[in-house]
Design a protein around this ligand. Structure first.
Ligand SMILES: *Cc1c(COP(=O)(O)O)cnc(C)c1O
Length: 484
């Protein structure tokens, strides 16, 4: 691409072409559950372009970085405050890296207590895949804890496993509110049980958007957590980064936070080694979270949390008659996200979560999270950034899709040839002279009148995932290519 596009004009147009293929937040809501795709405000992003922030090398002498240090210190204080904890490390560059750092801190704590045998990490079935992966990276052994039919941690199983491993228990990794989108009511008892058996509690902070200002990990009794600044604290993400996953810890763990040779050449003996090459991870993007926190203030942050929870419950309510929400709390409500169960449509119409996800593109929406944490379901998270009109536009799309599924159930539409199975419909197919389908072009492209005003065209039709997975394409050119 860099060989092909040789002038600024060409490169600019190439980048614009890529942008046009992207169904981004600039077009509409990205309702990816667990990902917290919220507004990345322009004001918050602007400082990244300021030379005084952007042009500093990570190892610039400390005497020349007073401004950065003041901001990073304040941000650390604010994050510690928000989590209810004592201290913060800004080193980890992602949630997963935060998990690793936090677990290494727990490991160092046990070692300092002369308990090197504490290496078991209890992890509930509903956990994100990074949790067990990080535990293994940190030298721990994973023991899986069951969930009950309501999606909550099975307390009996937890108790049993904590007891069985009482001498070797290192920690529990728990996500709150759970990845099932519910504030687990037994959470403080769960944390107590772990402490009773000598373990520490690692709270996965990916769902902090449902907590900030209302509650915090210290309140529930956790000892350490990471924060995904690219989720809860407004750093743009997607396509692989960049992210930041600082960890916050309770007082007894503060001495073990990662050190860095650049900041503390004479490291204190208890601190774990650096987890990042740079002393403050990707320091420049921390400015976004700093601005986000300072612009909203504590009242604004709390209000954002409330609206995030309200928005998720609004969607749940509007979809109620047509889609079953898989897990709810005892008051019938969800936290900041919800899982809708679309598995019954497989039986009734041969429709799967993927078909609904792809059809949503025709309606101008990025898919929700597919098949996590429950296979065959969709997890929706609107965040506080979406207004009522956008929430309604999204609900209307899902309700209309339910209607399309019903047409298959009733035999009005074919099982093999329908708007869902063939979605998304790119413009070259819609405008082609040859149209092989049993439904109209109009129905395929403009199922709702609102789409005449605001339409996204997918650049390609359905991708065959299985073929892609089974046929690896090696991009390494053969050796003969070098001969010329
Ligand atoms: C996103 C997420 C993670 C991992 O965070 P990354 O920043 O992507 O590494 C871990 N747990 C949960 C529940 C998440 O949603």
């Amino acid at each position: 691409m860099f060989n092909t596009h040789r002038s600024e004009t060409q490169l600019l147009r190439y980048i614009k072409q890529l942008e046009n293929k992207d169904l981004s937040l600039a077009f509409g809501m990205i309702p990816l559950g667990s990902c917290t795709m919220k507004l990345n405000a322009t004001t918050q992003l602007m400082p990244l372009s300021f030379a005084n922030f952007a042009h500093l090398h990570p190892f610039t002498p400390l005497s020349q970085t007073g401004g950065y240090q003041a901001i990073l210190k304040q941000l650390s204080l604010d994050l510690a405050n928000i989590t209810g904890f004592d201290a913060c490390s800004l080193q980890p560059n992602s949630g997963a890296q935060g998990e690793y750092a936090g677990l290494m801190v727990i490991r160092a704590y046990h070692l300092s207590n002369n308990q090197p045998q504490r290496r078991i990490a209890l992890i509930p079935q509903s956990a994100h895949g990074t949790n067990p992966a990080s535990a293994v990276m940190a030298g721990m052994e994973v023991v899986v804890v069951k969930c009950d039919e309501n999606g909550n941690i099975d307390i009996t199983d937890l108790q049993q496993k904590a007891q069985t491993h009482a001498d070797t228990l290192a920690c529990l990794m728990v996500t709150y509110p759970s990845t099932h989108g519910v504030f687990e009511e037994a959470i403080t008892d769960i944390c107590q049980t772990i402490h009773q058996y000598g373990g520490q509690v690692y709270m996965d902070g990916a769902n902090m958007n449902a907590q900030v200002g209302l509650t915090n990990p210290a309140t529930i009794g956790a000892d350490v957590c990471h924060l995904n600044l690219h989720k809860t604290f407004a750093i743009p993400h997607g396509g692989g980064g960049p992210g930041m996953g600082p960890i916050c810890v309770a007082k007894h763990l503060t001495p073990f936070l990662p050190t860095h040779a650049y900041l503390n050449p004479q490291a204190n003996s208890q601190a774990i080694s650096a987890v990042s090459a740079a002393p403050y991870g990707s320091a420049s993007i921390l400015l976004i979270s700093y601005a986000y926190i300072k612009l909203l203030g504590s009242e604004g942050l709390t209000q954002a949390t409330k609206i995030a929870i309200l928005n998720a419950n609004y969607i749940k309510k509007r979809l109620e008659t047509e889609y079953q929400t898989l897990y709810v709390g005892k008051n019938g409500r969800v936290a900041h996200e919800l899982i809708i169960d679309v598995r019954p449509f497989k039986q009734s119409a041969g429709i799967e979560a993927e078909d609904i996800a792809k059809r949503l593109i025709d309606y101008g929406f990025h898919a929700p999270t597919v098949s996590f944490p429950v296979a065959g379901t969709l997890m929706i998270e609107p965040t506080e950034s979406e207004d009522l009109d956008e929430l309604d536009r999204f609900c209307n799309a899902l309700l209309s899709i339910r209607h399309e599924i019903r047409e298959i159930e009733l035999g009005i539409a074919y099982t093999a040839d329908n708007v869902l199975k063939n979605a998304p419909h790119p413009i070259n197919e819609i405008t082609a002279d040859y149209w092989p389908h049993s439904y109209s072009r109009q129905k395929a492209a403009y199922p709702l009148p609102a789409l005449y005003k605001h339409k996204f065209w997918a650049s390609v039709a359905r991708v065959n995932n299985t073929t892609g997975d089974r046929n690896l394409i090696c991009t390494c050119p053969p050796i003969e290519m070098y001969e010329a």
